[in-house]
Design a protein around this ligand. Sequence first.
Ligand SMILES: [Zn+2]
Ligand SMILES: [Zn+2]
Ligand SMILES: [Zn+2]
Length: 237
Amino acid sequence: MLVENFPEVIDINFTSHIEEGFDDIACGKIAWVPVIEEFYTPFKKNLDEKMGSVEKLTEISETPCPHCEKMMLIKFGRMGKFLACPEPGSRVTLPLPEEAAKIKELEDKTQNEKCPICAKSMAVKRGRFGYFLGCINYPKCKGIMKIQNKTGYKCPACQEAGRTPIGDIVEKKSRGRGKIFYACSRWPDCTFLMNKKPENEPDLNSAFQYWKDNPPKSRNRKSYKTKSSQKSEPLKE
Ligand SMILES: [Zn+2]
Ligand SMILES: [Zn+2]
Ligand SMILES: [Zn+2]
């Protein structure tokens, strides 16, 4: 579609010519306005023309619209593909079936999570960095949370320290090599971690004993460091 309608944007000679222009701007040899103008003026004119003439590609899905029952259209949005009602002016949208299944799975996994700010339920949302939990009271409450892979075990270090709520042992990935390890969900308040997945209580207890006998300071903490606590930057990982 681009090759057909915007040949100059794809043309390698044109691109290299513009690149040279950028270099000259960077060196202070020429002003930026004429360079951008040379590109932008014809580009904008062509874009305006093509907006009217190029037909939008529409794919029809096999999902009937829950309102009008016509087959929904597959559209592109900021977060990728989604389904939209084909009726003009309708704002009914749905996630694609694969995505709906993924959301359902995450919803089941996170149904007991509560908003860290107002303690209401959380809903699965999708952002630029993947899925996360957002308060159902959004936009009034902006509580968000990372979706964690829980092992089903509670943190023995939190238990012993009398911390409330007691953290969950969750699966984590080290930054860098992406090695899987298991740690308390209350990081950085609680620094308990173990290398192997806990399979039973004795497993967990011996890992806890080992952790106590080998205080974190004597180990290379770098490999275990996760970028942030879940409150400050939940979407980056
Ligand atoms: Zn509809
Ligand atoms: Zn909330
Ligand atoms: Zn803990």
